[in-house]
Write a protein that binds this ligand. Structure first.
Ligand code: SF4
Length: 350
């Protein structure tokens, strides 16, 4: 395998609030390889978006990156000056957001805003204009020449997101970070945008980091996935393998709660029991234990670390789903409330 283009090591991002320190990203490490498509999945509050913002040092106040390294082409982005990181943003690593409306300037022509992304990095005006038209066609905006002059409000939501993707790709970045880019769109447009990103990933070799709460999006686009829970990575590995054989109970629950085309009509979708944890006072031991059907005594006090559970697959769990299937009947479990599989409840004799 080629060398990673991005190496994140022990990244920590925190928010100082009146109630105390919120550890939004709590010591995560991962790699991104050239041209790959990596999904970061989790519920809201899992730290996935804060991870994306931390990579480009765009964490909003009062958030602070308090530790770790983000190595891009062997330089630590966390150590660069403000001017140096601005050069990297948009040129080498670009980011697109959920709501293109808030990222586009309403009083400027859409095409000109794509030009600007290149002008800011020194491309001559005529070349920028020609490339914008080429990009608008590439992201499948019909009648690109006339759409160039449209203001954002004249475009549909899907078209605006396509324009944002064109802007993201303007300087041919090595990495495109997409934070829930399809969540605000209707299902058909969502599918078109995902297909477009997959094509661009294949055609241009741009590595993609897709931030999403939706395992379906991961299945459609990514080759590798990181599953985040309460600021930590709880499982990571190749998408096919994790979908076929998840080893962390949280990943297993996420997959159970995903609509499947082959599901029986009467089979009800199971949602994950319980609330996402309060990051001001994260649970002791394994942070998933208050919601986990397979928790054992140790889970209440000892925090598990990521360990190899299959080729290229790691999970942070004292039990893992292989054991939960064998010893706790996970596959037949109808009730997935906390402790339902292991019959372990707080305060109970074990
Ligand atoms: S079995 Fe224990 S360690 Fe594994 S996810 Fe459940 S609570 Fe966490």
């Amino acid at each position: 395998m080629a060398n990673p283009i991005l190496q994140v090591r022990d990244l920590k991002t925190q928010f100082a609030t009146e109630g105390g320190i919120v550890k939004a990203v709590d010591g995560i490490s991962f790699e991104l390889y050239p041209g790959e498509s990596l999904g970061i999945v989790g519920e809201s509050g899992s730290g996935k978006s804060m991870t994306a913002l931390s990579l480009l040092r765009l964490v909003p106040d009062p958030g602070r990156i308090v530790g770790g390294q983000v190595l891009f082409r062997d330089q630590d982005l966390l150590q660069l000056t403000g001017e140096e990181i601005r050069e990297i943003r948009g040129r080498d690593i670009a980011m697109i957001f959920q709501d293109p409306q808030s990222s586009l300037n309403p009083v400027l022509q859409t095409g000109f805003q794509v030009d600007e992304a290149m002008l800011a990095h020194g491309k001559p005006k005529d070349q920028a204009r020609a490339r914008t038209l080429e990009l608008l066609k590439k992201v499948r905006i019909p009648a690109a020449e006339s759409r160039y002059k449209d203001f954002p409000h004249q475009l549909s939501g899907g078209m605006r997101q396509r324009a944002m993707i064109a802007m993201g790709l303007a300087n041919a970045p090595a990495i495109l970070i997409a934070d829930e880019p399809t969540t605000a769109l209707d299902v058909t447009v969502q599918a078109q945008i995902l297909e477009l990103l997959a094509d661009l990933n294949r055609e241009l070799g741009t590595a993609i980091i897709m931030i999403t709460h939706n395992m379906g999006v991961v299945a459609g686009l990514c080759t590798r996935v990181l599953v985040m829970y309460a600021g930590e990575i709880v499982e990571q590995g190749p998408v096919e393998q994790i979908f076929a054989n998840p080893q962390h109970p949280y990943t297993w629950s996420l997959l159970k709660s995903m609509p499947r085309v082959d599901a029986l009509r009467h089979e009800r979708l199971r949602s994950i029991e319980g609330m996402a944890p309060d990051l001001l006072r994260p649970p002791s031991g394994c942070r998933f234990h208050p919601r986990c059907p397979f928790r054992i005594e140790k889970c209440f006090t000892n925090e598990p670390r990521l360990e190899e559970v299959g080729p290229g697959q790691q999970a942070a769990c004292w039990v893992t789903m292989d054991r939960a299937r064998k010893e706790m009947g996970a596959d037949e479990l109808k009730d997935i409330r906390p402790g339902a599989g292991s019959k372990v409840h707080p305060g109970q004799e074990i």
